[in-house]
Design a protein around this ligand. Sequence first.
Ligand code: SF4
Ligand code: FES
Length: 369
Amino acid sequence: MNRVPAPLGLLAELTHRCPLACPYCSNPLALDDRTAELDTAAWARVFREAAAMGVLQVHLSGGEPASRRDLQEITAAASQAGLYTNLITSAIGLDAGRLQRLQAAGLDHVQLSIQDIDPELADRIAGYDGAHVRKQAFAASVVGLGLPLTVNAVIHRANIAHLSELVDYAASLGAGRVEIAHAQYYGWALRNRDALMPTREQIDRAMQQMEAIQARHAGRLLIDLVIPDYYASRPKPCVGGWGMRSLNVTPSGLVLPCHAAQTIPNLEFWSVRDHALADIWSNSPAFEAFRGTAWMKEPCRSCEFRERDFGGCRCQALAITGDAAATDPSCDLSPHHARLLALAEQAAAVQETQYAYRGRSTVIPFSVG
Ligand code: SF4
Ligand code: FES
């Protein structure tokens, strides 16, 4: 590997604790316990080291970052390190007063997740009664304080028919940007794949609406849409390329090249408790494993797009082919591409109507709208 590029973004997973129970959660099956979480001082050190490496933005995430009592101190530490601070939240646990204190501590931007436009369906997806109404009130507080707001929604079988209304709803909340991402089937989400997978027809209908949606909000709302991998023909450069642009720090301090990297067996992750962040970024085995192009097999190895998409997603390659170094099967040049499509179609055809929620033995049925 030649010179290692400097990372731009840091995802700080402050905690795995979360009041919601979204069935598409991409956090690992085994969550870090509260007692294993990095303390405030450790996060402050991580932020200083990240800034010194060239990181510009920190995403304060979880779980639900508001589950941390020291969120204000953590935000202040990130801001004092010179990082642009983005809070990724479900809004649960954040009232207007706490938000104001976060802003005073240096919070720059808020990213709010929503589940649907229909309050009942939204709460059912989140596994939390009253979540939708609280999110609406929270968005008003964000906008009222003059903080920029991004709304993000994960799209799946139960809400894909509401895509257009979801974007309108985000605009009505005062968002300047909306991110529509299709569920990614890693971590807990893989358990719910049969209940989440949209049909090809649903995807096609949603895609056909996008032009009209973009036109309706042109100049006022930035709309980012991620096409679902299972129905794509070329992969996205997952995380901007493994070890090229960003890094994740888990609640207990492990540093990962992507949020699902722990699904790949035999990768050795280093911890900020034992190593400087720059050392981990440049030298740790997990970052070295798939950085650049030298690790690639055919067809990626000799493909003209190898430095554009870096072979797609390592976690998806592993999940579908059993080999993390294989071409992402969402690429139509992959020998596993047809199997990926077949898997998607099978999952969509099952029409499972119950979600498995983390930590709960009950499942909650939903209707497809
Ligand atoms: Fe990208 Fe590999 Fe597909 Fe080429 S073969 S387009 S490098 S995933
Ligand atoms: Fe791990 Fe894509 S989620 S590389």
